[in-house]
Design a protein around this ligand. Structure first.
Ligand code: NBX
Length: 826
């Protein structure tokens, strides 16, 4: 009872409530409470899922105090907040990350043992939130991890998709997609806040009136709306007590159903509008790199951005905040163009709702946004047909037109008489249909534009946005991507992590450049031996996992050659496939005996966008070739191929630490950065790669001797295309290439049916848009160098250690510091 003599306990003002004791007993006690009172079961009657949910909630208890305290601290202070706007967060499992952040790993292990449970089994129960496609979504997850670790105020805003990236299965060697119902067994990591719902409007029309002072005022009269319900997730920093928030929005209908229609018996019709509204956050678009011009996708984008801006302005800022000072308190980072509709949305809020003059609103808005571009593929630059945007967001289209008119006046003034430039720089593309170029809107409406690796940033300036970088050279900058060393080294590779800590102490986990201290150990035979033992143990851990997960049997001792990433022609999984087929050809033709070949196990992991025909053909052929090779007794196991289905963050954590060779073989000028390349190098794999994306920077750091470079450079590839690239010419002039492609097309991998391999083989011979044939020879030569290097296992290990020691630059902590210096606090 709270009476006048008893002060109300305010956990924040008086310090947060105490978490359970940081002991095995304390943990067991909290766990059993969660099991009994949270799940409503006795330990003796509980399922694995009950136990997992209770465990997750227990670990959370230790984090919540820090979360409340961080929130209170942020509210009291007036530091600028990073509003990271991203349609994707590919988070990976939460339990391990939370155990690491709280240093509860050993306590939890012992506590579970005391309860007669196996922590590893409970861990495996978690379905990772796959709320992203690939690199872009995983990058967002690394960034929020680093910001919490740096104790920088950040709110990550996104969408709580009910279904994340599809689960991939193989049926007759072909990809089949199954919905990812990641929420179906409960979602212990989220805190729903239905009372903080936000209303988001769509459609309708606008009305402009003139007030007494002759000032025009526009109102938007929307046709329909939905509610956004925020779900909060904790983002713990690494052992620093700081816990930021990820706020993901779920769509809910404003009205559950039409009672009249329901009573008349038409049940489907009664819930039609509910279904329609709630579809907005139903499922992640599985497209990677190429945006699908789908109406629902634009709805998703506006939905989460409108919720987030509203949430920040109305609920996060102090009540009487002067919005002229908005840029002092927030910078919204646009993770590619998906959230760019936020720019006209903020203008609408300021001008239509808060009564600002246009010019003042525009000055504020430009300071509040910054834009990151993650691509170089022209087809990946998002455009929205004017017709669609005008129908869904009529007021925003008007605002975009006015932004464009003002901007084009500026262009005319800077370049008098240059009508062509005005046409080129317009936000509105005139043909083939009138459409809004979102990258242009982001560039005009943001304070900074950055690429994600040096080469891409350069090409972005020179080729994608040349007119803009000429007009505003200082607006453009580079920030090379990074990955979180917590998840991808400390957590994923505990053995290497321990070895490193024994050598250089523990602080590398939050200061990755310290890995430099390992360099001298590359020449220490004892250390090399330990390093090798770690690699071998990681391989065996992977093989156990692949046996249990996929029923795969892999040889213990073989070079582990890995290519894991989304399936895309530009990434050139086909080039890897051609290499494998050429080695197989060496063996079955008798040119090389199995005993003389460096044995290799090839591991692929890749999802194809469900509508991407050629990518799916490539998956089919990798599986077909793999099966044939694995079953062929003649080659005595010299080669094996593993393509576990459903590559995701959880599997990556097992694959990356085990790899010997990292395949980063995109056509130069196509991969913006890559981040897998960084994870592999940090875990002691050597890279075979082109001069593309962040490979360039990896090679510069590790040194040419510790990197296998091959292939055309970006200017060479451009030149070749300009000269009229003819893949057939390479086919004719290189006998090995001819034999390899002929073998691939012969039908021996596809049950005697040559037509089954024809789509890919014919595409390579007649089109080959990403010049796999042009790079084939150079790739094969580099692979021969790999074989030679691998034969000298001591020298190889030395290189591997140097890769670890020299790639500390690729920590996402460093990326975040760069954003702070060059963008957010610049
Ligand atoms: O972003 C990726 C790039 O391809 C990588 O090179 C880069 O390392 C990574 C992080 O900067 N881009 C990417 O993953 N894009 C998408 O996933 C994507 C998804 C939907 C969409 C467009 C792009 N509409």
């Amino acid at each position: 009872v709270v009476g006048p003599t008893m002060p109300v306990r305010n956990p924040v003002a008086q310090g947060p409530v105490n978490p359970p004791a940081h002991t095995v007993d304390g943990f067991v006690e909290a766990f059993l409470r969660e099991l009994n009172f949270g799940q409503g079961v006795l330990l003796s009657r509980s399922t694995v899922n009950d136990q997992y949910l209770a465990l997750a909630r227990t670990v959370q208890q230790y984090l919540v105090a820090g979360w409340l305290e961080t929130g209170a601290r942020r509210r009291q202070g007036d530091r600028k907040i990073i509003g990271y706007l991203s349609a994707e967060y590919l988070l990976g499992r939460q339990l391990d990350n939370a155990l690491m952040a709280t240093t509860l790993g050993e306590i939890a292990e012992e506590a579970m043992t005391q309860c007669g449970l196996d922590l590893a089994r409970l861990r495996a129960q978690e379905i990772e939130p796959g709320l992203g496609n690939g690199g872009l979504g995983r990058l967002a997850a690394c960034f929020v991890d680093s910001l919490a670790t740096l104790d920088v105020p950040c709110i990550g805003y996104g969408i709580r998709y009910e279904y994340g990236i599809f689960r991939q299965t193989f049926v007759d060697d072909r990809q089949a997609e199954v919905p990812d119902s990641w929420l179906s067994l409960g979602s212990p990591w989220e805190f729903p806040h239905p009372e903080r719902q936000v209303r988001v409007a769509f459609g309708g029309r606008t009305e402009t009136t003139t007030d007494e002072q002759g000032r025009e005022r526009t109102t938007w009269i929307p046709a329909w709306d939905v509610l956004g319900i925020p779900y909060h997730y904790m983002v713990p920093g690494y052992r620093n007590g700081s816990v930021n928030t990820l706020r993901l929005w779920s769509a809910k209908a404003t009205q559950a159903f039409d009672l009249q229609i329901f009573n008349s018996g038409d049940y489907a019709e009664a819930v039609r509008s509910q279904t329609f509204a709630e579809n907005i956050s139903k499922v992640l678009y599985p497209e990677d790199s190429t945006p699908q011009g789908k109406e629902l996708r634009l709805q998703q984008q506006y939905f989460f951005v409108a919720c987030s801006l509203h949430d920040f302005i109305e609920n996060t800022l102090p009540r009487d905040f002067d919005l002229r000072r908005l840029p002092e308190r927030i910078i919204f980072q646009l993770n590619d163009t998906h959230p760019v509709i936020g720019i006209p949305e903020l203008m609408r809020i300021l001008v239509d709702l808060k009564g600002f003059e246009w010019d003042e609103a525009w000055d504020i808005t430009r300071e509040c946004f910054a834009y990151t571009c993650h691509t170089l593929l022209p087809e990946a630059l998002e455009v929205w047909p004017v017709e669609l945007l005008g129908r869904l967001l009529p007021r925003h289209l008007e605002i975009i037109y006015r932004i464009n008119d003002n901007f084009l006046d500026e262009v005319r003034e800077a370049y008098p008489g240059d009508a062509d430039r005005v046409r080129r720089m317009s936000i509105i593309a005139e043909g083939p249909q009138r459409a809004v170029r979102m990258a242009y809107l982001a560039t005009i409406g943001g304070s900074r534009v950055n690429g994600v690796a040096e080469l891409q940033s350069q090409l972005l300036r020179e080729k994608v946005l040349p007119d803009f970088s000429e007009l505003w050279p200082d607006k453009f900058t580079n920030i090379t991507n990074g990955v979180t060393p917590r998840r991808f080294l400390h957590q994923a590779n505990p053995l290497l992590s321990t070895l490193i800590t024994e050598a250089i102490g523990p602080s590398w986990v939050t200061d990755l450049e310290q890995l430099r201290g390992l360099e001298p150990y590359a020449d220490d035979a004892g250390f090399r031996e330990q390093f090798q033992a770690v690699k071998q143990a990681n391989k065996e851990r992977l093989y156990r996992e692949l046996r249990a997960r996929d029923g795969l049997e892999l040889p213990r001792h073989a070079m582990l050659d890995v290519m894991v990433k989304r399936l895309h022609e530009y990434k050139r999984q086909t080039l890897k496939l051609l290499h494998i087929v050429s080695l197989y050809d060496d063996l079955i033709s008798g040119d090389v005996s199995p005993a003389d070949m460096v044995s290799r196990t090839f591991v692929f992991g890749a999802k194809a966008a469900p509508g991407y025909y050629m990518a799916k053909e490539i998956i089919y052929l990798i599986n077909s070739v793999g099966r044939t090779i694995n079953e062929d007794k003649r080659i005595e196991g010299a080669l094996s191929v593993a393509f576990p289905a459903n590559y995701n963050v959880t599997l990556a954590e097992k694959v990356v630490p085990a790899a010997d060779l990292s395949e980063q073989i995109s056509l130069a000028g196509k991969e913006a950065s890559g981040t897998g390349n960084m994870k592999f190098a940090l875990n002691g794999a050597l890279t075979i790669g082109t001069d593309d994306g962040a490979n360039v920077e990896i090679r510069a750091l590790v040194g040419d001797d510790n990197f296998f470079l091959f292939g055309l450079t970006e200017p060479e590839a451009e030149q070749l295309r300009a000269d009229g690239y003819d893949p057939k010419a390479f086919y004719r002039s290189d006998e090995k290439l001819r034999r390899t492609l002929d073998l691939l097309g012969s039908g021996i991998f596809t049950g005697g049916d040559a037509s089954a391999s024809a789509p890919l083989v014919q595409n390579l011979l007649h089109d080959d848009p990403f010049m796999a044939l042009a790079d084939f020879r150079s790739y094969l030569d580099a692979q021969t160098r790999v074989d030679e290097a691998y034969r000298d296992s001591d020298a190889w290990t030395r290189s591997a250690i140097l890769n670890v020691a020299r790639t500390g630059f690729f920590s996402s902590d460093r990326s975040m510091r760069d954003y702070l210096d060059r963008v957010w606090l610049a």
